[in-house]
Design a protein around this ligand. Structure first.
Ligand code: FE
Length: 212
């Protein structure tokens, strides 16, 4: 698919990280980390654990609740797809890096994949911190050129007939994938369903877990 970055603004008006690996905020955080670690206030290993927690556990649980609600409530699902920002905010998830959300639904015919080709725009309020691979040059370039190859790298092989659609995030618009509800989950309640929703399934590089 063609990608012309002149068609969307990609700035970071909040003084973020546009087009550089480390923006002012990142540098300040790193500097603060170094000082605190040097003075013995924090253990860098513990910090890594904390960051991992926000990347994989706490952060994406918000998005998982959104997805689970959409799976059990058709009215909520319709609202979510029509006005993602408002529907997500109604569950209490809003704020920086999530001001303008668009939710894209996977169907048997179409699978959605989210990338930020220029940097690392990511919907913080629903997914937390972006994983390292999301910010990597290989992911950012290959997701557009060869999405099927990227999915294969993540262990996800879809039928050749499934259309792949790649969404390029910007500072103005962040995407959340609404995965398909797995088969065999009819008996599960909303919180049990949320436990099946993985971070990667909301980026498009994975699928929800299957029920035990
Ligand atoms: Fe970005």
């Amino acid at each position: 698919m063609a990608h012309d970055h002149h068609h969307h603004h990609h700035g970071h008006p909040d003084g973020g990280h546009e087009h550089s690996e480390l923006g002012p905020m990142d540098l300040r955080v790193r500097a603060l980390e170094s000082v605190l670690a040097a003075k013995g206030y924090i253990d860098p290993a513990a910090l890594d654990v904390l960051i991992d927690t926000y990347q994989t556990r706490i952060g994406p649980r918000n998005g998982a609740r959104v997805v689970a609600r959409a799976w059990v409530d058709a009215g909520y699902r319709a609202w979510l797809l029509a006005d993602g920002t408002a529907a997500i905010a109604s569950l209490g998830y809003s704020g920086r890096q999530g001001e303008h959300m668009q939710v894209v639904a996977n169907t048997p015919e179409r699978h959605n994949l989210v990338v930020c080709t220029l940097c690392s725009c990511y919907p913080w309020p629903v997914l937390g911190l972006p994983p390292t691979w999301y910010k990597s040059a290989p992911y950012r370039s290959r997701a557009v050129r060869d999405p099927r190859g990227v999915l294969a790298d993540f262990g996800l092989t879809l039928p050749a007939s499934t259309e792949l659609r790649v969404w390029d995030s910007t500072a103005e618009l962040r995407y959340l994938v609404l995965p398909q509800r797995p088969a065999g989950t009819e008996h599960l309640d909303e919180s049990a369903l949320a436990a099946l929703v993985t971070r990667d399934s909301m980026i498009g590089t994975g699928l929800p877990k299957l029920p035990a």
